[in-house]
Design a binder for this molecule. Sequence first.
Ligand SMILES: [Fe+2]
Ligand SMILES: [Fe+2]
Length: 286
Amino acid sequence: MEKYLIAKDTWVLSQVFPVPLATNINANSMIIAGKEPVIVDTGPSVTRDDWLRTAWSIVDPGAVRWVFLSHDDGDHIGNLLPVLEACPNAKVLTGSFAMGRMRLDHGIELPPLRVRWVNDGDSFEAGDRALLAVRPPVFDAPTTRGLFDASTGVYWAGDAFGCMVPRHLDDIAGVPEDERWDAFYKVNRMISPWHRWLDSGRYNAHIDSLQALGIEAIATCHGPAIRSSLVDEVLTRIRELPSLPALDEPGQGDLDQLIEMVMGQHAAAANGAEPAARGAAEPAAA
Ligand SMILES: [Fe+2]
Ligand SMILES: [Fe+2]
């Protein structure tokens, strides 16, 4: 787990997971350590101890006032219950549909007194700043809303604007340019297989309204931070999704290759050989 600043008092908790047949993907969260601290998504449960340790190195859990959930997927609510236990003064900012889905999908029953419903377009005060919920252009859950902080210009985009990465990076500029946009389009098409059916005019109008907010930096769950001129570039590039073909997803042939590779590694380990370095023996992403 790494942490880095994307703006004043605004931290990204960054972790990277390997993707079979591809490179790596982030599962990030964010913390706004302002007058009324806001935890923005709570990460996946698989790295709970590390996530909690990193979060409490940024903010005192007793001071946390808000936990904003971009949506209810497991990699965003994985540590919600331990966070609520550690933060008795925090309320969850979410919506009614997300609450229902958390109840059915995860057995999470949020006490209504610890919840405030925030829908797309709603704003709320968090001490020294006003925060605005704004739905990102693409998403993989109908409950999704992003979060814009006008005091810093940071937009938390949920799953949108992700990009696969060769390793931990704190800026998308660190992804080599010849790989960056292919990796960017891969993630953004993966989370929105409906991108081919979008009406370009209406989709672009939504991105126009997002761009009009004056976003200065984008933090995303599934990629490094996006800053300076690359903010405009990703807001331009994401407009191409309606005209792009469907993502060519890995098929059974790729899985056969993966199984062969894993079995080869097990056989090598059984014979006492060093396992092959990651990436050396793995097939390229489909
Ligand atoms: Fe998601
Ligand atoms: Fe996600």
